[in-house]
Design a protein around this ligand. Structure first.
Ligand SMILES: [Zn+2]
Ligand SMILES: [Zn+2]
Ligand SMILES: [Zn+2]
Length: 254
């Protein structure tokens, strides 16, 4: 996406080389984050002007906070890790952008952030109907505003999970450790990024890498061998597995 400005126009951001301060700056100058925050402000002011009383729209917004971890889990496990998206030439590029590249190159901030054309429709599809049911148009607007803010929170947590530093918050240290295990040990568990609640419910939780076997597909998400030959579109746009692995080794040494 060419819509970049500020520090983003000049260089590619590498999380393994960044400090928390640099990350905060990159985060708030990233166009997608600015758009979520702007939309949240617009939706919140619509909710205020449409609301007849404060409680129902606030309930709708609160419901989004409660629902969010399930949505995060479901989208990550059943859409991003689905093996269907690379099987069609129409969705191959999308899948590469929204998850394959992030697993192959977990420190590249430009593919760590969700793509607006996928995140905004998802936020709208979850928040508008539920918010609308709870409190009409004011509820829909309040839920959408909450959805945008929650999504920004998720994006920040996800960035911090890939930043080489030890957070002071115990909760953040734990979710960070488990998300890194999802990336570097076994990608078939620890799908929750800001919470491990639904991993416990669906039995995909593991605490330590030693609790689960190492997965050979943690970086390529199973897009390899026969599948890579049968469904060549992602491969045609990507480096070979060995090149990605070599790049990760180079970064680990540097
Ligand atoms: Zn990640
Ligand atoms: Zn890392
Ligand atoms: Zn993943």
């Amino acid at each position: 996406m060419p819509l970049v400005w500020g520090p983003w126009s000049a260089k590619q951001f590498r999380l393994d080389r960044m400090t928390l301060g640099e990350l905060v700056k990159a985060y708030f100058t990233y166009y997608a984050i600015q758009i979520y925050l702007l939309l949240a402000a617009v939706a919140a002011s619509l909710a205020v002007s449409w609301a007849e009383s404060a409680v129902p729209p606030l309930l709708a917004a609160l419901l989004m906070v409660v629902l969010y971890p399930l949505v995060e889990y479901g989208v990550h496990r059943y859409i991003l890790h689905s093996r269907l998206l690379y099987r069609s030439p129409y969705t191959a590029k999308l899948w590469k952008r929204i998850h394959y590249d992030h697993h192959q190159n977990p420190h590249d901030l430009s593919v760590l952030f969700g793509a607006l054309y996928t995140t905004l429709p998802t936020i709208a599809a979850v928040t508008l109907p539920v918010g609308g049911l709870v409190a009409g148009r004011a509820g829909a607007a309040a839920a959408f505003a909450a959805g945008c803010v929650i999504f920004c929170f998720y994006e920040f947590v996800h960035c911090v999970e890939h930043l080489p530093f030890k957070p002071r918050s115990r909760w953040l240290r734990e979710v960070k450790r488990r998300h890194l295990a999802h990336h570097f040990h076994n990608e078939q568990g620890n799908y929750g990024i800001t919470s491990s609640l639904w991993d416990h419910v669906f039995r995909t939780f593991y605490d330590r890498p030693s609790d689960w076997p190492r997965s050979p597909t943690a970086f390529n998400l199973g897009y390899a061998g026969e599948d890579r030959e049968r469904y060549p579109w992602v491969a045609q746009m990507s480096a070979a597995d060995e090149e990605f692995a070599e790049a990760r080794r180079r970064r680990a040494r540097a």
